[in-house]
Design a protein around this ligand. Structure first.
Ligand code: NAD
Length: 276
């Protein structure tokens, strides 16, 4: 009987990190959602074959109507324990508005919609990125990043990214952190938490694509990582599992970096490139 079970909803549930996250939930019902029905069905079948309790629904997270259908599906399936939002695209997409819309605007669409079914003990865990930490706080664009659905927000942010899709990705991921903080009081009033997780380079299809585009840059990041390796999807998944449990019940409205310690060295390299 699903109705009594606590539900773990994973967006991007067919992706690299999403799949690894799902596999950490042996005792809860998992709802997989992703862009197309084909990949959702395949992911659900794979989980069931491995003995997991899982179901799924396709949803384009940029489409409010589809997100509302997803929320209805979840509420009819049981009680929301965790929304784990891993769906996203990287700078390799080369389309500034697409990156802003999928990575940031859709994040707030999900947060708004899932707030309706969040209850005491629920949690939303949103995937940001270590690269968000390279974008400084600045009142010139932080309001637009905090309110990505507000008219003109994309145009405001666009002025600061020099038509560079990787920079837009970094800004959008800073926005994910600001959205999480901005919604924390509202979620907290229900006894629900909301926070972000910022992975470093994690070996999934997304990182593979980035590696094909900028092999020297990716090698430099690996060399600059104190642990001298990239992360695995499991490195991130286990932390997310912990954060979604009641063991993490006072971790809220913050960001958890899972980057092998590299961001400090990246920031040093960026500032020495600027000559300061
Ligand atoms: N892999 C890394 O190195 C890395 C590093 C930092 C942050 N992240 C973040 O972690 C998250 C997961 O990354 P990943 O490596 O697993 O990526 P991935 O490409 O393997 O998975 C992303 C999933 O999101 C889905 N998706 C994309 N657009 C969608 C849409 N409009 N609606 C619904 N689903 C959509 C894709 O179909 C895909 O299954 C992303 O938000 C990413 O930005 C990844």
């Amino acid at each position: 009987m699903i109705q009594d079970k606590e539900l773990i909803v994973i967006t991007g549930g067919a992706g690299g990190i999403g799949t690894a996250v799902a596999k950490t939930f042996k005792n809860q019902h998992i709802i997989i959602t992703d862009y197309s029905a084909d990949i959702v069905n395949k992911a659900v079948e794979n989980l069931k074959d491995d003995g997991y309790s899982a179901s799924g629904l396709a949803c384009d997270i940029t489409d409010k109507e589809e997100v509302n259908k997803l929320v209805k599906f979840v509420s009819e399936s049981g009680k929301l324990k965790a929304l784990i939002h891993t769906a996203g695209v990287s700078g390799t997409v080369q389309d500034l508005e697409k990156i802003f819309t999928i990575d940031l605007k859709a994040t707030e669409i999900l947060v708004d919609a899932f707030y309706e079914i969040a209850t005491n003990g629920s949690v939303a865990i949103l995937l940001s990125s270590m690269m968000a930490h390279t974008v400084p706080a600045n009142e010139a664009y932080d309001d637009a990043l905090t309110h990505p659905q507000k008219e003109g927000s994309f145009e405001t942010v666009r002025q600061y990214v020099q038509e560079d899709s990787n920079l837009m990705y970094n800004f959008a991921k800073r926005g994910v952190q600001l959205v999480s903080i901005n919604h924390a009081d509202k979620w907290g009033a229900k006894g629900a938490r909301i926070l972000t997780v910022s992975p470093g380079v994690i070996e999934t299809a997304m990182a593979k694509k980035a590696n094909e585009e900028h092999p020297e840059q990716m090698e430099m990041i690996k060399k600059a990582t104190p642990l001298k390796r990239n992360g695995s999807p499991e490195d991130v998944a286990e932390v997310i599992n912990f954060l979604s449990s009641d063991k993490a019940s006072f971790i809220n409205a913050t960001d958890i970096l899972i980057d092998g310690g590299v961001i400090h060295n990246i920031k040093l390299m960026m500032s020495s490139n600027k000559g300061d």
